[in-house]
Ligand binder design. Structure first.
Ligand SMILES: Cc1cc2nc3c(=O)[nH]c(=O)nc-3n(C[C@H](O)[C@H](O)[C@H](O)COP(=O)(O)O)c2cc1C
Length: 332
């Protein structure tokens, strides 16, 4: 069974990917309930943490019930990264993850995120220094390489392992690809097949059906799957994948009642966590998927995503349950 440091995981664990403005405590809690084995926070700026920027510090909040949870940080400056490790430790996460994969310009231009893929020596020395600074397991999330011509992920992974990294999640795209094209899992399998590797290698990118997860396990032999977009507004995805991996059969999709209940709890947890205004605003992006495929739904969706008062959104949920309670959903 794969292990991240001392954290024991089940066979082929499913990890909730770090996603900005998505992987917050309420959503992580829902994914955990539905079978996610490890959850990660969205990326948090090491510079922001050091400045005590309220927005960054709030992202460190974790609930007991979501463990094991990893806090992901990014940055390219060694001193800042080390200082932020000390701040992160105060939140008592189970894992600290380093983001070496974010492709956005404002991160990359500072040499952070996927920007570090242009300087593998720095990537390795930064990881080493962080491993030495904390008793918590350090994991890394990265991409295949900067561009197609500079894919050296087998060597990079080996070097990260050698300096004490405890697991690597690899998104099967390069920085240049951003989110375009199809994720290529073959180079991730090459990392796994390197006989020197002994830490878990998790595959990431386009695991959007239970069949895709099965393929990643059976044909690519990876240690687990990290799941991002397929879970947005659909925390049941973890349970559905697990059921399919165990039985080869599809679970029936959640009923309208279950969806409304999840949306309600999601919104309530978000309000409890960050207040009505932000809670209402930041939960909006999930509703499209919670209620995907219902005909003539626009009026209700608009109410959910434009209302500022939580009571109006809760009313919209009630109306949806009354009007569409019998709707039969198709499998994900
Ligand atoms: C809205 C959004 C926000 C993301 N934010 C982060 C992040 O904060 N840290 C990170 O390492 N990756 C981030 N990613 C990348 C995902 O973790 C994942 O690598 C990518 O979406 C591919 O996996 P998927 O096909 O399962 O979605 C983000 C992706 C999305 C769609």
């Amino acid at each position: 069974m794969p292990k991240i440091g001392d954290i024991e995981l089940p066979e082929f664990p499913l990890l909730l990917a770090p996603m900005e403005d998505v992987s917050d405590p309420p959503f992580r809690a829902l994914c955990k309930e539905q079978g996610a084995d490890v959850v990660y926070t969205e990326f948090i700026s090491s510079e922001g943490l050091i400045r005590d920027a309220a927005k960054s510090v709030m992202k460190l909040d974790i609930y007991e019930k979501e463990r094991p949870v990893g806090i992901q940080i990014f940055g390219a400056n060694l001193e800042s990264m080390l200082q932020s490790v000390e701040i992160v430790e105060k939140s008592n996460p189970d894992i600290i993850d380093i983001n070496f994969g974010c492709p956005v310009k404002k991160v990359v231009s500072k040499g952070a995120g996927a920007g570090i893929l242009k300087d593998i020596d720095l990537m390795v020395s930064l990881t080493k220094a962080m491993v030495e600074r904390t008793h918590l397991p350090i994991t890394v999330k990265t991409r295949l390489g900067w561009d197609h011509d500079s894919i050296r992920i087998v060597e990079v992974a080996e070097r990260l392992q050698d300096v004490g990294c405890k697991a690597i999640s690899i998104h099967g795209r390069t920085r240049v690809q951003m989110y375009k094209g199809v994720a290529d899992w073959a180079p991730i399998a090459a990392v796994k097949n390197n006989s020197r590797m002994h830490i878990p290698i998790f595959g990431n990118g386009d695991v959007d059906t239970p069949e895709a997860a099965m393929k990643m396990r059976n044909e690519y032999g990876l240690d687990g799957a990290m799941i991002g977009r397929a879970s947005i507004g659909y925390p049941w995805f973890f349970k559905e994948v697990k059921y399919f991996l165990a039985t080869g059969k599809h679970l029936a999709p959640p009923t309208m009642e279950e969806r409304v209940e999840a949306a309600r709890r999601h919104l309530q947890m978000a309000i409890d966590w960050k207040g009505e205004k932000l809670g209402v605003f930041e939960t909006r992006r999930h509703y499209t998927n919670y209620f995907k495929g219902i005909p003539n739904f626009k009026e209700y969706r608009m109410k959910m995503v434009t209302s500022d008062a939580a009571s109006d959104v809760f009313d919209a949920f009630d109306e949806v349950l009354q009007k569409f309670g019998d709707h039969v959903f198709e499998a994900h």
